[in-house]
Structure formats: structure tokens, C-alpha cells
Write a protein that binds this ligand. Structure first.
Ligand code: IPE
Ligand code: IPE
Ligand code: MG
Length: 242
């Protein structure tokens, strides 16, 4: 008779899920160009991937997801493209904040928001405040974020506070990610194999995964595949296998 069709997520070991998955959402521009469309169309569909991935991560039981949405280096792009990325971010926050609230998700934004458009800054604060008491999935969005800038910022705050000596615990408390654990898995789409200044300190021991697919094509199936790949890795943390 017919066998029940096996789903990819059936292959996931739910007792060993990565706690925190970080996404470097790359390849929007190339994805659009391949289809004869403007790069901004790629960003629009990429934002849909982000929504799909958030929902699926929640359904799977992942605790924290981080998304690299705009880097400190992305200011080097044409103004039109930069403006459109901010428009998409603004729209997502406005349209989805109620659903984040109802789904028990907590939204946090890292990066230097002071350089972002004022209305976007306002929406960020509103969404963070609205969802601050939720204890389900944490959705961490990096906007105008750079790992080096974050580290330098932390050092300056430490100096200002007159702290004479730090350890890893104290240093972590000065980072913008102080309340979330380090990523277990970093996924960068589009085949590029670099961090591009994304959470370098926090990713010291993360497993890295570089699917060839562009971000707008990264959906449920691709997240399942990434988790299955993660579960094949042997995380030794410097120790040896018993
Ligand atoms: C990632 O896609 C999105 C951002 C950096 C904002 P890209 O825009 O970098 O797309 P490619 O890499 O040029 O294809
Ligand atoms: C990294 O992608 C930044 C984001 C995904 C927001 P880029 O496309 O900007 O990185 P590079 O320039 O290829 O390193
Ligand atoms: Mg890119």
C-alpha cells in the first residue's frame, strides 16, 4: 500500500536543535538580476523569506533567530537601494508587529540605529516595546550593524564606566547581544563564504553553513536542510571525542 510520505523535518532530531540560528541573508540582488528585475525586487522577496523562516523556526522550536539586514558597509550602495531596504524594514515592522505580539515573539534590533531614518527608529522602539514581555522566539534584526563597531562601542562603554579589568562574562554584558546566547549555526546564502563583519565575537564557535541558493529562495525546506546538516557536525569545543 501507500507509505506515508516522509517529510524533511521528520529527519530533524528535536532533542538537539540549534538554540540560536543566525542568517546572513545574501544574494537578493543576484536573484533579481537573474530574473531581469531590479535589485530592490530581490530585497522585497527576501523579506518574504525572512517571514517564512521566522514562522518555520518558531514551529520547529528554535529559540533565537538573528538576521543580518543591513551592514555598516552597506551605506556604500546607491541611495535608492538603501532607502528601499529601509522602506521594506519599516513596512515589515508596521505590518507584522501585532502578529509578533500574538505569536509570543520578542523583537530586538542591534546595530547603530541613530543613523537610520527617524520614522524607522520610531517603529523599532515601538515594536521592541510591544513585544518586550514575550518569552517565545527571539527575533534579532541587525540594522546598520557591524561587528567591529559593536566591539569598539563595548570597549568605549567599559572605559567610560571605569572598569579596570574585564573577563568574557563582563565583556559579553557590554555587547548588544548581551541577553541572547551566541549563535550555534550561522547560515549565509548565495555561496559566499565569509562573515562580512557579522557578530564576529559571538560566532567564535558557531557552525558555519553556506548553501548556494540565494536568500529569496531560502524557505522552509532549506531551513530543514540546514538543521539536518548542523546535526551531522561534531562540535568538539577544543576537546577530544570520548
Ligand atoms: C543581501 O543581498 C541583502 C543586503 C545586503 C541588504 P545583496 O543585496 O547583497 O545581494 P547580492 O549579494 O548583491 O546578490
Ligand atoms: C552582508 O552582505 C550584509 C548583509 C547580508 C546585510 P553583503 O552582500 O553586503 O556582503 P559583501 O559585500 O558581499 O561582503
Ligand atoms: Mg551581497
Amino acid at each position: 500500500m501507500f507509505k506515508k510520505k516522509e517529510k524533511l523535518s521528520d529527519k530533524i532530531d528535536f532533542s538537539r536543535l540549534p538554540h540560536h540560528i543566525a542568517f546572513i541573508m545574501d544574494g537578493n540582488g543576484r536573484w533579481a538580476k537573474k530574473r531581469g528585475r531590479l535589485r530592490t525586487f530581490g530585497h522585497k522577496i527576501g523579506a518574504e523569506s525572512m517571514e517564512v523562516v521566522v514562522r518555520h523556526a518558531r514551529d520547529l522550536g528554535i529559540k533565537v533567530v538573528s538576521f543580518f539586514a543591513f551592514s555598516t558597509e552597506n551605506w556604500n550602495r546607491p541611495k535608492d537601494e538603501v532607502d528601499e531596504i529601509f522602506n521594506i524594514a519599516r513596512k515589515l515592522l508596521v505590518n507584522k508587529k501585532e502578529s509578533f505580539l500574538k505569536s509570543n515573539m520578542r523583537v530586538i534590533v542591534i546595530g547603530d540605529r541613530s543613523r537610520l531614518p527617524l520614522d524607522l527608529q520610531k517603529e523599532i522602539v515601538e515594536c521592541e516595546n510591544l513585544t518586550k514581555n514575550n518569552d517565545g522566539l527571539v527575533v534579532n534584526v541587525a540594522l546598520n550593524y557591524g561587528g567591529r563597531a559593536e566591539i569598539i562601542g563595548a570597549i568605549n562603554k567599559i572605559i567610560k564606566d571605569g572598569v579596570k579589568e574585564v573577563n568574557e562574562e563582563i565583556f559579553k554584558s557590554y555587547l548588544q547581544t548581551s541577553n541572547i546566547p551566541d549563535p550555534d549555526l550561522v547560515i549565509r546564502t548565495s555561496g559566499e563564504q565569509r562573515l562580512s563583519n557579522f557578530m564576529m565575537y559571538q560566532c567564535a564557535y558557531s557552525e558555519l553553513y553556506f548553501p548556494k541558493i540565494h536568500w529569496p529562495d531560502f524557505r522552509e525546506k532549506q531551513l530543514d536542510e540546514a538543521i539536518i546538516e548542523f546535526q551531522k557536525r561534531d562540535r568538539r569545543f577544543g576537546a577530544i571525542k570520548k
